[in-house]
Each structure stands twice: as C-alpha cells, then as structure tokens.
Unconditional design. Sequence first.
Length: 142
Amino acid sequence: MAQGQPTRDPQKSLPVIFRAMLLGQILFFGIALFLYVSKKFPAGLQHLDKPLQVTVVVLSFICIYVGIIIFRKKMQTLAEVKDESEKWKILTSAHLIRWALIEGPVLFCIICFFLVGNLSFAALAGTLIIFFGLQAPVTKLY
C-alpha cells in the first residue's frame, strides 16, 4: 500500500456508501415532488408520456435482473478466493454494481417525472427506492 493513503475498511465503508446513495435518491425524489406540488417546474413533454412509461418499466426490469445475475455470479466466486482482502474487493464491487443498476432506473424515473408530470413515474421511483433500501450491504464474508 502506498504511503500516506488511509486504509479503508469495507465493513465500515460499504454501509456508508449505501446510505449515501439511498439518501441521494430520497433527496432528489423529495425535491422533484416539492417542485411538482408547488408548480415551480412546469412539465411540458406530455406527448412522451406513453413511450417513456414503457421505457422506464422495461429499463427497470432489465437493470434489476442484470444486477441480480451479476451479483450472484460474483458471490459464487467468493468461495474460490482465499485472500480475505480480495474477497472484500469482490463483495464491494458486487454490491456497487447491483446498487448502480437499481439507482439508474430510479434517477431516470424521477427525470421522466420532471419532464412529463405523470405521477406513475413518481410511484415507480418510490417503489424502486424502497427496493433499493432493502438491498442493504452484507458486512460479513461467506
């Protein structure tokens, strides 16, 4: 390890990253809802409502499915690795990929909600945020 770099404990940093990602989604969602309710940001792309609804739903399912597949494959490789620091790297990357593949559709839903003003986008974003919240990190090695 290079001199001057702090050592990072994945057991402590993974929950912090998770909470930061979750908080960012909740804040962005809250701001979007506030702007919608206060009529501060007029939605002007109602003609894109149906195509965006289909796109958001398909994107959400594909990203969640791919995230689950990648996470499972990375978890299977943990049994083959003997070095504990390497196991933590695999575990951290597995979680980050899974979370990013959930967070992407959440942010896309919120942006579509901004553009169109349809509450179905907000409902899907809220559901995905709850699903993201249930994906808390594992803080022990297998």
